[in-house]
Structure formats: structure tokens, C-alpha cells
Design a protein around this ligand. Structure first.
Ligand SMILES: Nc1ncnc2c1ncn2[C@@H]1O[C@H](COP(=O)(O)OP(=O)(O)OP(=O)(O)O)[C@@H](O)[C@H]1O
Ligand SMILES: [Mg+2]
Length: 164
């Protein structure tokens, strides 16, 4: 996508707790209908970040948030419904159709997708991508990329608040 249609912000985390706190911070800025796509290798902190998002959306302590490895999707109730998907084990298109992703992505909740690259073709044009990478044993780089007007604005807001 052309540079003009995306906006990015890079964050560095030096502990699991910090990654979770960054998730809480982002979660507080989310609204019903938003989609957050988490991408990155195993153990880069996607689930910790997702737990933070749930906490930021009002799930106390992100309680119970863990990877929906076998069911592919977990639903939590915060200020809005939260759909937490982990597509790591997704077998193919057919299985994807079976989980009702359209109702989630275009519904009234917030959708958080781990291993979102598995449904690249179906991802909404308006979304926040968070690309996590390991920089050291306890260091992670998180690149937030906003696509579409809503998420470009969100990333700009986050970047401005980060600087203060
Ligand atoms: N700065 C950091 N941020 C996040 N996790 C960290 C950090 N430093 C170390 N870790 C460790 O990395 C692991 C991250 O686990 P987590 O389950 O969140 O990753 P994941 O990306 O969801 O992995 P998976 O692909 O298995 O779902 C944890 O064991 C955590 O303790
Ligand atoms: Mg995970």
C-alpha cells in the first residue's frame, strides 16, 4: 500500500510486562468495530499484547486471555465484545469460513487476530497491524501500522501521546 495510506509507529519493549502495558495503552484507544492484526514469530509477545488489549478494553487484568489455539477464537466481554483469534493452526480457507470471521470483523466488537497473515486475503482495508520482532532475549520491537483513515489517525494520536 502506498505510503500516503498508512502511518506507522515503532515501539520497543524490554520486558513481558512492558509489552502487556503497551497492549493496555492501545486497547484503551480502541472502539467497537476495530480490527487489530498481530504478526510475528512464535514467542514475540502477541498473546501478551492481546491480553493487554483486553485489559485496556475493560477485561479485569486481561483475565483468562490466552491463545485460543485449538478453538481458533475466544470471546471476552469488556466494554465491548472482544474476539481473540489465533490462526496459527488454521488449516485452510474452509476452516476459516467455519469460524464466522465476517460477523466478528464487521460486527460491534473489537477483533484481535494473532497470526493474521493466515487470512491476508480477507483482512479489512481499515485495520491496525502490529508487527512484533525479537531483538534480544527480553527485547521486542513492535511496529504499529495504521491502514485507512481511522487507523492512520489512531497511530498519529498514539505517536503524539508517546512523545509527551
Ligand atoms: N519484551 C517482551 N515482550 C513480550 N514477551 C517477552 C518479552 N521478553 C520476553 N518475553 C517472553 O516471550 C514470550 C512471549 O509469549 P507470547 O505467548 O506472548 O508470544 P506469542 O507471540 O503469542 O507466541 P505464539 O506464536 O506461541 O502464540 C513469553 O514467554 C515472554 O515471557
Ligand atoms: Mg500467542
Amino acid at each position: 500500500m502506498a505510503g500516503a495510506h498508512r502511518k506507522s509507529l515503532t515501539l520497543v519493549s524490554t520486558s513481558p510486562a512492558e509489552t502487556r502495558r503497551l497492549g493496555v495503552w492501545v486497547g484503551r484507544h480502541l472502539r467497537p468495530g476495530d480490527a487489530v492484526c498481530l504478526m510475528g514469530e512464535m514467542g514475540t509477545g502477541k498473546t501478551l499484547f492481546a491480553r493487554g488489549i483486553a485489559e485496556g478494553l475493560g477485561v479485569p487484568g486481561g483475565r483468562g486471555v490466552r491463545s485460543p489455539t485449538f478453538t481458533l477464537v475466544h470471546e471476552y466481554t469488556g466494554r465491548h465484545p472482544i474476539y481473540h483469534l489465533d490462526l496459527y493452526r488454521l488449516q485452510g480457507e474452509e476452516e476459516l469460513e467455519g469460524i464466522g470471521w465476517e460477523e466478528m470483523l464487521y460486527g460491534e466488537g473489537v477483533t484481535v487476530i494473532e497470526a493474521a497473515e493466515k487470512m491476508e486475503q480477507q483482512l479489512p482495508e481499515e485495520r491496525l497491524d502490529v508487527v512484533l520482532a525479537r531483538e534480544g532475549v527480553r527485547v521486542r520491537r513492535l511496529m504499529l501500522v495504521g491502514y485507512g483513515r481511522r487507523f492512520q489517525t489512531l497511530v498519529r494520536t498514539l505517536a503524539a501521546r508517546r512523545r509527551r
